[in-house]
Design a protein around this ligand. Sequence first.
Ligand code: SUG
Length: 446
Amino acid sequence: MPNVEMNFDGLVGPTHNYAGLSYGNVASLNNAKGLSHPKQAAQQGLIKMKTLADLGLFQGVLAPQARPDIGVLRRLGFTGNDAQVINKAAKSDPLLLAACYSASSMWTANAATVSPSADTADGKVHFTPANLTNKFHRSIEPQSTGRVLQATFNDPTTFVHHNHLPENDHFGDEGAANHTRFCLGYEQPGVEFFVYGRHAFDTSKPAPKKFPARQTIEASKAVARLHGLNDANTVFALQNPDVIDQGVFHNDVISVGNQNVLFYHEQAFAQTEHVLAEIQRKMGDIPMHFIQVPTAAVSIDDAVKSYLFNTQIITLPNGEMAIIAPTEALENLAVKTYLNELISADTPIKQVKYIDVKQSMQNGGGPACLRLRVALKAHELSAVNPHTRITEDKFIELNTWVEKHYRDELKIADLADPHLLTESQTALDELTQILHLGSVYPFQLE
Ligand code: SUG
């Protein structure tokens, strides 16, 4: 087994819908109440995974969560059997029901923050599920996320699983969407880069005025402490509050890193020069490639619409880097022109591959949102649950499973139908067998 950075994509769940739940996320609001296509969404996600695997990368899959979250509805006072709970919620608070039905766990960049063993004090790979406190529909994810991660990385001698941070906006944590890591080889020690949107305790510091800053510095620092990181291998940077107000709700909408490359928009950070200097200083002899995209070439509006920075920068087996971009980037002239120029410029990025993840994009989730990166040394790779790896056979098996269980279309009114719950539970129960996860869902644990 090689040393790798493995991407774990979130499999789109059977209840994928557009409920307009994410204030501050432009796509989610623009597509609110639109017709969704769960089967197509899951197929697009699987093709993305297969594309990366075919490029020679190690690709994994993380199971979606059980929705609707009946436990949360009961906790909020809806009673009776499952069908009655759904009927009552549909009548009295359809928006709440939609929130409990969200398939948002597909965006596994928000599942957790992961620190590879080369960076941590105890030499193990550390995981902290994100508490996602800023959005109700996402704040109900971390417990199941923890169980899915434990079932996927299930060797305690290699992997450490922390509890999510306290469930309060002071410790709002959005996971890897606000975290990246710089290194030379993935197995070598690196510098972990945490980007936050506000200070929770010290409110005199800059913060956005319109849209929420989901990640706090207090959360980022707590995760770094839990993972046994230190001052020499961490950099904490304030995101530019003005871009949060323009729809950049996570750092991975405005910058992305890979190895010794940081690809970022001119307006991404509050104190760019200072941040870049600190990264380079902590990287020591390893020269960073800072690829800055000027506003004159790509506006914030174009960056948000095209998801130019929600791309994945990957290292191909031949050592060259490639960008995995959504097809929306092709449709935007400024961004398409920029990318065409980028691949012939003097940077490690030598090709762009466009993929269609439109069903996810319409909820504000691009290629990078759909994946959680886990850098693994060879022996750690062997400790990962092998059934979660995307191979030719697994791809076929998962597509057959999607074809069998998923609806073609879903509109918000369909969420009132209790059959959707039973369909979803039947599908997920079967999935835990396909991925050899054991019992991870509340309906399996009762
Ligand atoms: O948290 N959208 C997600 C998109 C997450 C994107 N992730 C990263 N940038 N890493 C969010 O805003 C929309 C759900 C709805 O409206 O139905 C939603 O949750």
